[in-house]
Design a protein around this ligand. Sequence first.
Ligand SMILES: [Zn+2]
Length: 484
Amino acid sequence: MIKAETVIGLEIHVELNTETKIFCGCKNQASKNPNEYICPTCLGYPGALPRLNKKVVDYALKAALALNCEVQRNTHMDRKHYFYPDLPKGYQITQATKPLGIKGKLYLEKAKKTVGIERIHIEEDTGKMMHRSDDTDIDYNRSGVPLIEIVTAPDLSNEVELLEFLEELKNLLAFLEISDLKMEEGSLRCDLNINVIDQKRGTKTPVMEVKNLNSFKGAVKAGLYEQKRLRKALGKNRELTKETRGWDQKREETKTLRKKEDSLEYQYFIEPEILPLQLSQRKIRNTAGRMPELPQQKRVRFKKQYDLPDYDVGILAKNPYVADFFEQALLVCYAPKRISNWIMTQLLSEMPKGLEGFKDLALKPKDFGKLMTLIEEGKVPKKIGEKVLKEILITGEDPERILKNRNLGKITDPEEIQKIVAELVDQLSTQYPELLKDYQKKPDKAMKFLMGKGMERTGGRVDPEKLRESIKQELLLKFQQKEY
Ligand SMILES: [Zn+2]
């Protein structure tokens, strides 16, 4: 295979989580019942008038600013005409000629590369077709759901950068709280534009568009598949035409959906029913001023403020719920590295949904902080702490209450320890009559045995030094009572 450069750009559709749809009052919500949230406007009935939802503009503006875009203050919506059963109006309202945001960028820390954002624009989603063996159903619940489309420059060179970009973008959008970002449910969708260039020979393939990518893994696999296919074709000087291809998840390959010849002529014109969009300087300034701290800024601050390694910071600042949980727990127990370790190991290993699970966690950060304090102060051994954590994750109970109710706390009362040891030595000296004699001959061996049994009996809840001292005293007492 030839050595050729791969060039990848992305088109990402993000469904916005506004209460209502973009041009009508219908609920913007997923439903198991098809066509539950529809009206004449989102069904495109003649005469129905669209009204632009202001929240959509606010959300799109937030995204544009977060991606360092230049905001176009005077813009408008366009009609994009095409015929498809999921689009009953016969056109989609979008921003074709003057997108809200242009010339943005997103920096990738691992790849050490800035990826250009060519544009961010507002548009409406279409309905959804559900194909069955002999029939097709159409669900218009998604008709008129607000979207932003983010188009990157062709700045990505391989699948590693592709994955980092998608993750970084998703994390950034999560902090803006403008979308559910559920790829599997279609609220985050991406298409790839990919071609390969052989600089040495001065040849290149046409750009292929790959659609139907419903997971990051799928995007990476499709990128790799297409790169290989294009390099092979370029190596063999095989003529290719520009195509829209679909990713077949089951067969793990791309296949032709449309050839360039069938490419559509959209006949754009300005949407006459919606007034032009005018954004004041003040609005832009206010939105910029109310921006949450974004992952990149958070990573820098966490690193500096809490003196944490890059790896920790990378995970903690990935998701707003995790970042928040971490800082809330610190208010109760200021041990950044310990808290970070516990979040990354014990806590995450118990969470099937991973970082996303922090959103609806039964464990409150203040209770997590409390538990960490108990461990930090040596009142609860780590092993017990792990048990308690598992329990709070299910019940959401207070850690101290769990320790008390389950008798899991450290035994610190000397009398209680002495009592346990007395019982233990009594029992063991009956069970192993040689034990006390052995203690005189080989004290270390017998002590080791007794210590082991003592720890076992108390579930490791006694400080070993205190236990040893207690056993010594008990044996001394025994020797005084009996003569050996
Ligand atoms: Zn509607």
